[in-house]
Design a protein around this ligand. Structure first.
Ligand code: NI
Length: 171
């Protein structure tokens, strides 16, 4: 395994492109995923998308063990959000934007579909932090950074009425 260089900068082209689907889960893809986990842990991140290590493919790696030890680390190939419900404000940062933090409005509950490294297709539900990290990482695959989603009103809401930051929309 190897620690890869993390691409930084809000205007760096590879961070702003739509990444390509993985067509075949080759040994190279498996190695890339292992390296992504090592890179992410080395940088003390909880999620990483392949474009952040210079590969414009639809691959994400997530490990929120420090916050939710009951949720195992996962790598997803060609992930898609198939359901999103509720909304929640929360603070985010990004390994590609060192020094930036911001409040981002995300869906509270999502269903995500994708492939595991062993080519099994999985579909699962996630909420709270796991849902937030999934949305943040999948955004990366479409060239979207969290700073694109900052809403001043949300920042003010968090500071003045923190009790309102968690709420669910009924659909
Ligand atoms: Ni990020």
């Amino acid at each position: 395994m190897a620690v890869l260089n993390i691409v930084v900068g809000e205007n760096t082209p590879i961070l702003r492109e739509k990444a390509s689907p993985v067509e075949q889960i080759s040994a190279n893809i498996s190695k890339l995923v292992q390296d992504m986990f090592e890179t992410m842990r080395s940088a003390q991140g909880i999620g990483l998308a392949a474009p952040q290590v210079g590969v414009s493919n639809r691959i994400i790696a997530i490990d929120i063990n420090d916050y939710h030890p009951e949720i195992p680390p996962i790598a997803l190939i060609n992930p898609v959000i198939t359901r999103a419900e509720g909304e929640e404000l929360g603070e985010e940062g990004c390994l590609s934007l060192p020094g930036y933090r911001g409040i981002v409005r995300r869906a509270m509950d999502v269903t995500v579909k994708g492939l595991l490294l062993n080519t099994d297709e999985v579909e699962f539900e996630a909420s709270g932090l796991m849902a937030r990290v999934l949305q943040h990482e999948i955004d990366h695959l479409d060239g979207v950074l969290f700073i694109d989603r900052l809403i001043l009103e949300d920042q003010e809401l968090l500071e003045t009425q923190p009790e309102r930051i968690k709420r669910t929309n009924s659909k």
